[in-house]
Design a protein around this ligand. Structure first.
Ligand code: CTP
Ligand code: MG
Length: 258
């Protein structure tokens, strides 16, 4: 971490999702992955990056499970070491982050998905340094250049997000649903957003206070900060910082971490 940064940044780890698309019958963040619960990998990376403290948002009723899993580390809840506190998440990702943000007392915060267990201390430091190097910036996010050619398509059957993921495994998915290409986007300027996403806390608090429907629908914090007029920088990140969404992702993450 750059000089002076560790004391001034808190990590918020969003771990309160249900993991529906993974279909493991329990919260995704607690699934075993290469020898520890998935969320433990992110806690470890932020600890190694030297943040001041860590707040983890978990599904209500799961705080004890996190303590029992022995991933909080020494010094948690006491004066020594990096403090790790646990809060209840909310019904949406934004609500989980907002709950955790109440615990944050530093000027900077780094938001991270427990579903990205391959995050490294170097990536965390890079994102934070990108933010702190630009006094005008409200945030900086890890993002990877898009390598596929991206199409925007009309969905004539109104398919939901979970069904869309499942259709990829179905040989007749295209027949039943008819997705019609409307546009090919210019790949040269597209980035796939990841976490960590670092923000000036005041800017993020303001952004989370926007129209509740927009806040509830947000899939990352940066889009809310952007909508509020904040300048958000990209820190180029490796595609290996993948998000575990499907069983195939879980297998791949296990191989990369194992
Ligand atoms: N998350 C959260 N609180 C919520 C919903 C999501 O903290 N109410 C977190 C998840 O734990 C995850 C991250 O946001 O680390 C990204 O969300 P996603 O990958 O969608 O995870 P889930 O919501 O658990 O998965 P699914 O959408 O398949 O149910
Ligand atoms: Mg989700």
């Amino acid at each position: 971490m750059s000089p002076g940064a560790p004391a001034s940044i808190t990590a918020v780890i969003a771990a309160a999702g249900s993991g529906e698309r993974l279909g493991a019958g329990g919260p995704k963040a607690f699934l075993p992955l290469a020898g520890r619960p998935m969320v433990g990998w992110s806690i470890e990376a932020f600890r190694a990056a030297g943040v001041a403290s860590i707040v983890v948002a978990v599904p209500p009723g799961h705080a004890d499970q996190l303590a029992a899993a022995d991933v909080l580390g020494e010094g948690s809840g006491s004066g020594g070491g990096i403090g790790v506190s646990v809060v209840d998440g909310g019904a949406t990702r934004s609500a989980s982050v907002a709950n955790a943000l109440r615990e944050v007392q530093t000027e900077l915060v780094a938001i991270h998905d427990a579903a990205r267990p391959l995050v490294t201390p170097e990536l965390i430091e890079g994102v934070v340094t990108t933010l702190t190097a630009d006094p005008e910036a409200a945030g900086a996010i890890a993002a990877t250049p898009v390598t596929d050619t991206i199409k925007r398509a009309a969905d004539q059957a109104g398919t939901g997000a979970a069904d869309r993921a499942n259709l990829c495994l179905s040989p007749v998915g295209g027949l039943k649903h008819r997705f019609v290409v409307e546009q090919t986007l210019d790949r040269g300027e597209l980035w796939a957003a990841q976490t960590p996403q670092a923000f000036r806390v005041a800017a993020l608090r303001e952004a989370l206070g926007a129209d509740p429907a927009a806040v509830a629908a947000a899939t990352d914090e940066a889009m809310l900060v952007e909508a509020a007029g904040g300048r958000v920088l990209i820190h180029p990140a490796p595609a290996e910082n993948l998000k575990v969404t499907t069983p195939q992702d879980l297998r791949l993450a296990g191989q990369l971490l194992g």
